[in-house]
Design a protein around this ligand. Sequence first.
Ligand code: GTP
Ligand code: MG
Length: 371
Amino acid sequence: PEAITIQELANRMSERAVDVIRMLMKQGAMHKITDVIDADTAQLIAEELGHSVKRVAASDVEEGLFDQVDDSTDTETRSPVVTVMGHVDHGKTSLLDALRHANVVSGEAGGITQHIGAYQVLSPESGKKITFIDTPGHAAFTAMRARGAKVTDIVVLVVAADDGVMPQTVEAINHAKAAGVPIIVAINKIDKPDAKPERVRTELLQHEVQVESFGGEVVDVEVSAKNKTNLDKLLEMIALQAEILDLKTNSERPAEGTVIEAKLDRGRGPVATVLVQRGTLRVGDIIVAGAEMGRVRALISDQGDTVQEAGPSVPVEVLGFNGPPEAGDRLAVVENEARARQITSYRAHQKRENAAASISGMRGSLEQMMS
Ligand code: GTP
Ligand code: MG
């Protein structure tokens, strides 16, 4: 059911909330400014105050925000977005660190402070960029997928050669398969004396991951994050897979993207790491993500540099949100603040209602438990 707070209703009519409350009182109902009234009552009040009412459905509010279906204008090639997954201690962080320090886009080796959990690496042979997302574990991946956010083009599955396929390896395989994302296997810790890469391949076979040497199509690369062995080869395999995927985009349109992570920074206010997926995000753009809106005040690259814009597959820190959005929220650029406010107030309302529904659901089950 549609509903609105008295404050919101007053704002939209540019009336004072007390006048709305007075009007409600005339009808015999006592209300506070924060109270929620149903849409029919709201319409009645608005009309009595001399306003014309247009009820807006979800489809109207969200319309045109993400025209994912219309990809006919996506003709530019974009960099692949890669998520590294695997069992605990199999070397995901080490591998990401090694890749980053070996081949950071700027060409600066080592010593670069990592500002955001997503960055671009240059594939040395093809000279192509690869975007890596350093999601903190599988939970984030699952959460994003559950919220309909598709950010990953390729999963790099890290399996330690001395440990083999473990529960979280299997979990990662299942995630990748469910999301329909191709896997590239990085058999890590190949430097260890007890490394058994062939055993890893056999174990993977039991989970329907068939590597090329076993007649399958999944590419595997033996690497050592510690000794930086075969990292270039891994990057080339990713670039090759990206070519097969033929990833396209359109950088000319208003930006669309996904929030990778967001926080409230003491000095800088709400900060969101966003992966731009289509279009170009620019300083000054009016943005919405989930129930939050804002105007882009600054964009900060994975190198920590202030930039004026970010195109497809580029991760950036976005400053200027009124509040931190949530990981997995889709970001969109809208025409003006009024539109942004319409979208976010609608979503905030939906969110409150869902929360209320789940609380009353909880109460219900609690009562059942007590009886
Ligand atoms: P996160 O979950 O992202 O923290 O990464 P991870 O837990 O998968 O593994 P992490 O990179 O933290 O590595 C776990 C341990 O394995 C560390 O002690 C690393 O030094 C070690 N390690 C990682 N890669 C290699 C490698 O190629 N060779 C050897 N010998 N040790 C490695
Ligand atoms: Mg670790």
